[in-house]
Design a protein around this ligand. Structure first.
Ligand code: C5P
Length: 227
């Protein structure tokens, strides 16, 4: 199991400070839409400079027509991020176009599918997809696997079922982790490290329990010792 830290602080300076505090660890650093829009590629370059052992996950959730998604994916491959994600609901053709376009890149980024956004409840989801969250998210995961993606973003509690329906090597990246039973904040279904392990999560995403801690470095050290 690997650890991914969400760089979700409000300013670039705060995110850089956090990255510096964690510079010795071989972790994933998750760069979201907000920081990418504001701070761009230079931010990613700076993170690499601070921690050459970190891997960058560009959490940009691409969604567009196949050719436009493939164009954007190629730019991410050129930047050299180690992982990014796309919406499975863009369709199998779009997912395949992305994978084909980046196939030729040496050390191409891993590509994960977002299945169902956790902000949906059954009613609002049904209004768009005319299906249940459970059924559709599994269908999206299988389609992503068939399209050649490397894995999905999922809840810890779906990880095993997704692997059973695809492959044990199909990566599950799981947010909503409260490593040692910390406050759940706005997350609905949280899991600690042991639960993530039991459910075969490959990469756990941790945000607030690290960046809101008095000593983020100490928390990351403890997590890495335990995973
Ligand atoms: O602070 P916390 O540990 O809850 O942060 C979790 C991170 O994972 C945030 O960046 C959040 O946007 C992201 N995420 C999530 N649930 C999803 C997808 C992404 O919490 N389904």
């Amino acid at each position: 199991m690997q650890l991914c830290i969400a760089l979700d602080l409000p300013t670039k300076e705060q995110n850089i400070k956090l990255a510096r505090e964690l510079k010795e660890f071989p972790i994933w650093l998750k760069v979201g839409l907000r920081s990418y829009i504001r701070d761009g590629k230079e931010f990613i370059d700076e993170l690499r400079h601070i921690n050459p052992n970190a891997k960058i996950f560009a959490d940009l959730k691409l969604y567009d027509i196949p050719n436009t998604m493939a164009d954007a994916a190629e730019e991410l491959a050129k930047i050299g991020v180690e992982m990014f994600n796309i919406h499975a609901s863009a369709g199998k053709e779009a997912m395949q176009a992305v994978m084909q376009r980046i196939a030729a890149y040496h050390n191409r980024p891993l590509v994960l599918a977002v299945t169902v956004l956790t902000s949906f409840d059954e009613k609002s989801f049904h209004a768009i997809y005319n299906d249940s969250i459970d059924h559709k998210s599994m269908q999206f995961a299988i389609e992503a696997f068939q399209a050649g993606l490397d894995g999905v973003v999922s809840s810890v509690y779906e990880s095993k079922r997704i692997k059973a329906a695809t492959s044990k090597d199909f990566i599950t990246l799981t947010p909503g982790i409260r490593p040692f039973g910390e406050a759940s904040d706005d997350q609905k279904r949280v899991a600690d490290i042991n639960t993530a392990k039991e459910n075969s999560s490959d990469i756990i995403v941790v945000g607030r329990p690290v960046y809101k801690a008095n000593n983020p470095k100490e928390v990351v050290e403890r997590i890495l010792t335990n995973i």
